[in-house]
Design a protein around this ligand. Structure first.
Ligand SMILES: [Cu+2]
Length: 191
């Protein structure tokens, strides 16, 4: 639900990257994001960043390495499988969300954020959440770019329903917007 078409260069400090990227994205994110097209104006200019009642603090985020143990039970055939692998945990110092929802990470692939792929997520209670950690089982070396954004827990089941709805753009647990401002940032993984 998030497919900007513009490639961007990786250069400068992480802070510079996110500003450059955000400027590039805001110019091209026209009805292509997780937006609700029906209540947007004819040519919505979608921007990214923090809002008044919803925000993700990027500054001061930390990265920690670990090992994940994971087991999966498939209900259909009762099969159990286990997984052990390197993992990375990214912790955001503060995340504020008006309604319960999720902090969701999308990868940047070939220079573009890919909103169809979820790299990791964490549940958020309504209000201020301190030290929100997202665990990733994909490589997340320092300097790697991700898109972090807020999604609403629309049906209040504490399950991230990342299931595409009929328009093929939005998912059930929709992206959080304030007007045409999407609560999202592109950031580089810290050391
Ligand atoms: Cu998203």
């Amino acid at each position: 639900m998030f497919q900007p078409r513009v490639p961007f260069k990786q250069e400068g400090t992480p802070d510079m990257i996110s500003k450059t990227v955000m400027a590039a994205l805001s110019a091209t994110l026209i009805a292509s994001a997780c937006a609700t097209a029906q209540d947007a104006p004819a040519a919505p200019q979608i921007t990214m960043g923090n809002g008044e009642a919803n925000m993700i603090q990027i500054e001061g985020m930390t990265r920690a390495e670990g090992v994940t143990h994971f087991s999966e039970v498939r209900v259909d055939d009762g099969e159990v499988s286990a997984f052990r692998g390197d993992s990375v945990a990214l912790t955001f110092p503060q995340v504020v969300i008006e309604e319960p929802g999720f902090l969701v990470l999308h990868p940047v692939m070939d220079g573009r954020p890919n909103g169809d792929v979820v790299s990791g997520f964490a549940y958020l209670d309504a209000g201020t959440n301190e030290d929100v950690t997202i665990r990733l089982d994909t490589p997340a070396d320092a300097g790697r770019l991700f898109l972090v954004m807020l999604h609403s827990d629309v049906d209040n089941d504490r399950v991230l329903d990342f299931v595409f709805v009929e328009d093929g753009i939005n998912v059930e647990d929709t992206a959080v917007f304030e007007g045409t401002h999407m609560i999202a940032h592109i950031f580089a993984v810290p050391e």
